[in-house]
Design a protein around this ligand. Structure first.
Ligand code: ZN
Length: 475
């Protein structure tokens, strides 16, 4: 029997506001424990929350970017549970009337397009963090993160494969980074993904019993964890077992999902409207203002890049995946760089160097103007494509201009025929055996002669001139 998987995702994104959702404490990551707290976010009695307007705006911005309906009015609810990192004994979240309703994100996997529905987007506060094992036989609580604004994006169960799930997270991450509401850092936990997954015989309408998977902190783990879990469920069904509705954790080291708690132990959160916060009602002009300030989004940019420049679909996908890369690319093209050449350098050498240094494109010394100027030197024949590689790397390391590097290191391409002729004559004189074999018909030796000429000039000889002269002399 053929089985198909049904996957829905829940994504938590930490919003990039400077202060917390209900108080003025900083949201900066990585500070000393409990240095960014106050009576509000530590849950002392008698305090009142004050809504951070920026947090609401960021959720609305996201809703607009993913085609959601914006609720005309919205309210907050208390989600009651006890945990040491939640000092109030409840989390302020949304239950009925979230900020955003139905929307969708379009993804493409292996060339086929799919539309994934979104159920809702709501706003809530993050909890603190329990720290275990820092000291023997005790645990600590750090409340710096408590009250950080968190946006929860819930998808419809429209996803069918682990690849689609990974693509969905990738696309959503690109969007929240484009609109500047979340840094998308999955390792540091500012973007977290949970998945609900079940399997059913292909063609069956009814859903199977689902499990929830947590702790997948990269695209690759989203894909791997779902692959494992789908196989596990299919195997269980084939063996006549029952799937238990439970929460499972992805174990990165073992490459498996493990049972964390079954639904019988699940909480009843007793949601009720938070009496400390007024319902929110939006003026349409406020929403219109946010709309007017939205940047061009990845899908629109991709469409424009394939039309205007034109880039192939794969190249456009790569360039628009990060807003900073797309802007870097367009700036280099505006300064005279040929689009395909600019794209190749960004996709190849620059991506490799950034990857080695674990850096983002907007953090590096190499600017679009550097590349545009270097491409001009190649066009003019001042440097060869081969030399350009080392010039590029030097520009990346030092932030110096291509021309300066070429001058400093004496990298100017030698195109002078008489100079190259002298070198070639020397090579032919020193290799009588190879010359004889070439003349006897071993055409492959051309590569040997070219190689020798490049070696003698430390890669600076103009390859076109070298080839022409060799052909003339050996012909
Ligand atoms: Zn605070």
């Amino acid at each position: 029997m053929q089985y198909e998987a049904v996957i829905g995702l829940e994504i938590h994104a930490q919003l990039l506001t400077e202060t917390k959702i209900f108080c003025g404490c900083s949201t900066k990551f990585g500070s000393e424990p409990n240095t960014q707290t106050c009576p509000v976010c530590t849950g002392l009695p008698g305090v009142l929350p004050v809504m951070n307007e920026k947090a609401v705006e960021y959720v609305i911005r996201t809703g607009l970017a993913v085609n959601c309906e914006i609720s005309p009015s919205s309210r907050f609810a208390r989600k009651n549970y006890f945990y040491p990192d939640l000092p109030k004994g409840y989390q302020i979240s949304q239950f009925e009337q979230p900020l955003c309703g139905m929307g969708h994100i379009d993804i493409t996997v292996d060339g086929s397009a799919r539309r994934i529905g979104l159920t809702r987007i709501h706003l809530e506060e993050d909890a603190g963090k329990n720290i275990h094992g820092a000291a023997a036989d005790r645990s600590h609580v750090d409340l710096n993160r408590a009250g950080t604004p968190l946006m929860e994006i819930v998808s419809e169960p429209d996803i069918r494969t682990p690849q689609e799930a990974a693509e969905f997270v990738k696309k959503l991450r690109a969007i929240v980074r484009y609109i500047g509401v979340c840094d998308g850092n999955m390792e540091q936990g500012s973007l977290r993904c949970d998945a609900n997954v079940s399997v059913r015989p292909a063609g069956q309408q009814e859903f199977g019993v689902k499990t929830e998977i947590k702790n997948m902190n990269s695209f690759r783990y989203v894909e791997k964890a779902l692959e494992y879990e789908i196989k596990r469920q299919i195997r269980a069904l084939k063996d006549g077992e029952r799937i238990i509705q439970e929460t499972r954790l992805w174990n990165t080291d073992k490459g498996i999902t493990e049972s964390m708690r079954s639904k019988e132990e699940a909480h009843d959160y007793r949601y009720f409207p938070d009496p400390d916060l007024m319902p929110i009602e939006f003026e349409s002009s406020w929403i219109e203002n946010i709309k007017a300030g939205m940047p061009e989004l990845p899908d629109a940019k991709r469409e424009r890049f394939t039309r205007e420049y034109p880039l192939t679909g794969d190249d456009a996908d790569f360039i628009v995946s990060e807003r900073a890369a797309a802007e870097w690319f367009e700036e280099a093209v505006r300064l005279g760089g040929e689009p395909k050449a600019v794209c190749n350098w960004v996709k190849g050498d620059l991506a490799r160097l950034l990857n080695e240094d674990n850096k983002q494109i907007d953090q590096c010394l190499l600017r679009p103007a550097h590349l545009a100027a270097m491409l001009k030197l190649i066009d003019k024949g001042t440097i060869s494509g081969k030399i350009a590689k080392s010039v590029f790397e030097e520009m990346y390391k030092t932030g110096k201009d291509a021309e300066e590097i070429v001058k400093e290191k004496g990298l100017v391409q030698v195109s002078d025929e008489s100079e190259i002729e002298q070198i070639i004559d020397g090579i032919l004189k020193d290799s009588p055996g190879e010359v004889a074999r070439f003349k006897a018909g071993d055409a492959k030796l051309m590569g040997f002669f070219v190689g020798q000429a490049m070696k003698a000039t430390k890669g600076k000889a103009n390859p076109k001139v070298v080839n022409e002269l060799l052909r003339k002399k050996l012909g």
